[in-house]
Design a protein around this ligand. Structure first.
Ligand code: CP
Ligand code: NVA
Length: 330
């Protein structure tokens, strides 16, 4: 079946069919081979893209920059606070200006409504590099990583531990439903995804052979899982005052050796990164001093273990972002 998403924006995976998502995963694998073989792939020479960041980033920014340059494009980076958007110029006007100058626009920031409004007004593809609600480019990299480990996606159980209502957990629930996987959110009841999104994903999963489970039982979440995934307990844009409550609520859902021991024999550990698995960061050191814990969502032992594929996952961000840009701009 031929898939063509040229000219489309990439805002959330609910907008894409299962075949379109599979096409992007396979295209990412193709770009990975080209990069590893040293084969040039400047397929988008002469085009230009702009990266609009209202939050900080390492992986997403670098992947768009290097991905764009490998494809032969010019790349402009606008860092948090350095454009006129918001304070002096509306989202709609910013979109209309950037759309006249660039062939594609990446946005990382706050509400999903902002990236949707940019896309409605830009006249060129807009890519969501993370909003409060979703992180869709991360999902293509993650599913490529799972496919590399298991040779397949459908039928696998992926359990997200911790703050299961954040952008990464929401997006994992959608992508698993679309790909016929068994998604499990494991955390306290207060940190579960919105019921409306859960219902939508349940309906999708019913069509694809997947399933959606929400549980506060660590045993149920870990049991038989092929992928154990976690993310930071307080996301960008959330107030630092939330740390005390989140540590109290989410500590029982830390991914540690006991949790990994309950999973499938060939389980892999995944994390979108960055991660608080030690105290080698200013926030990690501060939390350690204030709350007396040296590891948060994952122990250093699991993070550094042979089951952990987090750096393959990080590398795959670049190959998959390149695939998303190519497929929508070609
Ligand atoms: N995973 C991820 O989006 O990383 P950055 O915040 O560094 O872009
Ligand atoms: N949930 C995290 C993901 C970072 C890549 C955040 O939004 O900060």
């Amino acid at each position: 079946m031929s898939v063509d998403i040229a000219g489309r924006s990439f805002l959330k995976l609910l907008d894409f069919t299962s075949d379109e998502i599979r096409y992007l995963i396979d295209l990412s694998a193709d770009f990975k081979r080209l990069k590893h073989d040293g084969t040039p792939h400047r397929y988008l020479e002469g085009k230009n893209i702009v990266l609009l960041f209202e939050k900080t980033s390492t992986r997403t920014r670098c992947s768009f920059e290097v991905g764009g340059m490998d494809l032969g494009m010019g790349v402009t980076y606008l860092d948090p606070g350095s454009s006129q958007m918001g304070a002096k110029e509306s989202i709609e006007d910013t979109a209309r200006v950037l759309g006249r100058i660039y062939d594609g626009i990446e946005y990382r920031g706050f509400g999903q409504d902002i990236v949707e409004e940019l896309a409605r007004n830009a006249g060129v593809p807009v890519w969501n590099g993370l909003t409060t609600e979703f992180h869709p480019t991360q999902m293509i990299a993650d599913m490529l990583t799972v496919q590399e480990s298991f040779g397949r996606l459908d039928g696998l159980k992926l359990t997200f531990f911790g703050d299961a209502r954040n952008n990464v957990a929401n997006s994992l629930m959608v992508v698993c439903a679309k790909l016929g996987m068994h998604f499990c959110a494991c955390g306290p009841k207060q940190n579960m995804p919105e019921p409306e999104l859960v219902s939508t994903c349940e309906e999708i999963a019913a069509q694809t052979g997947g399933s959606v489970t929400l549980t506060d039982s660590v045993e149920e979440g870990a049991s038989g899982a092929h992928v154990i995934y976690t993310d930071i307990w307080v996301s960008m844009g959330e107030p630092a005052e939330l740390w005390a409550e989140r540590i109290r609520l989410l500590s029982p859902y830390q991914v540690n050796a006991a949790v990994m021991g309950m999973a499938a024999d060939d389980v892999i550990f995944m994390h979108c990164l960055p991660s608080f698995h030690d105290t080698k960061t200013t926030i990690g050191a501060d939390i350690s001093k204030r709350f007396g814990i040296d590891e948060m969502e994952v122990t250093d032992e699991v993070f550094e273990s042979s089951r952990s594929v987090v750096f393959d996952e990080a590398e795959n961000r670049m190959h998959s972002i390149k695939a998303i840009m190519y497929a929508t701009l070609k």
